[in-house]
Design a protein around this ligand. Structure first.
Ligand SMILES: [Zn+2]
Ligand SMILES: [Zn+2]
Length: 306
């Protein structure tokens, strides 16, 4: 039986999707949830195929907000597969009130959703969409936080993220690179504003705030291709987690991230037993190389392209 684990399938302004799976006592297969799908169906199938999976292996979908790099194929997919799709009312409205063949379920801040043996709690974040929600997902006392697309960190966010054992965290931009970019002034203001995206420094500050010996893994996500550099993100992540044994990785637009397994609760209760991975190994990962060298998407001018 596989463990509670997750993997970013794609991360960045051209499309985000995260797959979470956990053992489920009521079925032989793990229960699989897709959080966001800013990809088309062909791209999603290709990513799933890489793991020997198909869209039919997904049992539930959650949409964090209506920006195109997140909502993508979510509602169509739910209707096609006849599986439930959750989002806030504001997100559903912002996405054009899709019919979803009756599959849409409203999600609310602080109200838990059950997916097999997982329990997911959405929480409100400050971002320039109608009613954005991010998630903490718990399985067998292991807590995974998914946290991207927020302009600043609130006490409400911290209250949900504290005590997590793994986190997919936005490291969106380097303010200097952003200010010196060719982006129009309004877009620079939007990205760096309180309803925009987290800078590397802001993400690292959050990490320092929530780090504890049980934090097992951090995946940096939603990196801006034009206004960030993998080396900068690595430095910020290392500094923020200094003195702790944490598996660090960076999700790319093209390949996402490797699977991250959350240890069984008995293991994680021991602060001594954590998987070690050297920073040197991370620096040599092909995932980051692809982030650096991949073609830059033509995203300027779009209010949602960051
Ligand atoms: Zn986004
Ligand atoms: Zn967004």
């Amino acid at each position: 039986m596989r463990s509670f684990r997750f993997r970013s399938l794609a991360s960045g302004s051209a499309g985000n999707a995260t797959l979470i799976e956990a053992p489920c006592a009521a079925q032989n297969e793990p229960f699989r949830v897709l959080v966001d799908c800013g990809l088309n169906l062909r791209q999603l199938r290709a990513h799933l195929h890489h793991d020997g999976l198909d869209v039919n292996d997904i049992q539930a979908i959650f949409v964090t907000h209506e920006h195109s790099d997140h909502v993508g194929a979510c509602f169509d997919l739910a209707a096609r597969l006849q599986i439930p799709v959750w989002s806030s009312y504001g997100t559903w409205h912002g996405a054009g009130q899709p019919d979803c063949a009756g599959m849409w379920q409203p999600a609310y801040d602080g109200q838990a959703i059950l997916w097999g043996d997982m329990s997911a709690t959405p929480f409100t974040v400050p971002h320039d969409s109608r009613e954005p929600l991010q998630l903490v997902i718990t399985h067998n006392q292991q807590r995974l936080a998914l946290l991207t697309d927020l302009g600043h960190v609130t006490e409400h966010v911290l209250a949900h993220v504290r005590g997590c054992h793994a986190i997919l965290l936005e490291f969106n931009h380097d303010p200097d690179l952003l200010q010196n970019s060719r982006y129009p002034a309004f877009l620079k203001r939007r990205i760096s504003g309180r309803l925009g995206h987290l800078s590397n420094a802001a993400a690292a500050a959050l990490l320092r705030e929530v780090i504890h010996p049980g934090l097992h893994a951090v995946v940096a996500g939603h990196l801006s291709k034009q206004n960030n550099q993998v080396a900068h993100v690595q430095q910020w992540m290392q500094q923020a987690t200094q003195g702790y044994q944490v598996v660090l990785s960076i999700a790319s637009q093209e390949l996402g991230s490797p699977w991250v397994e959350l240890p069984s609760s008995s293991v994680c209760n021991s602060t001594q037993v954590l998987i070690e991975q050297t920073i040197a190994g991370i620096l040599e990962s092909p995932l980051e190389a692809i982030v650096v060298t991949s073609a830059v998407a033509d995203t300027e001018g779009s209010p949602y392209a960051t």
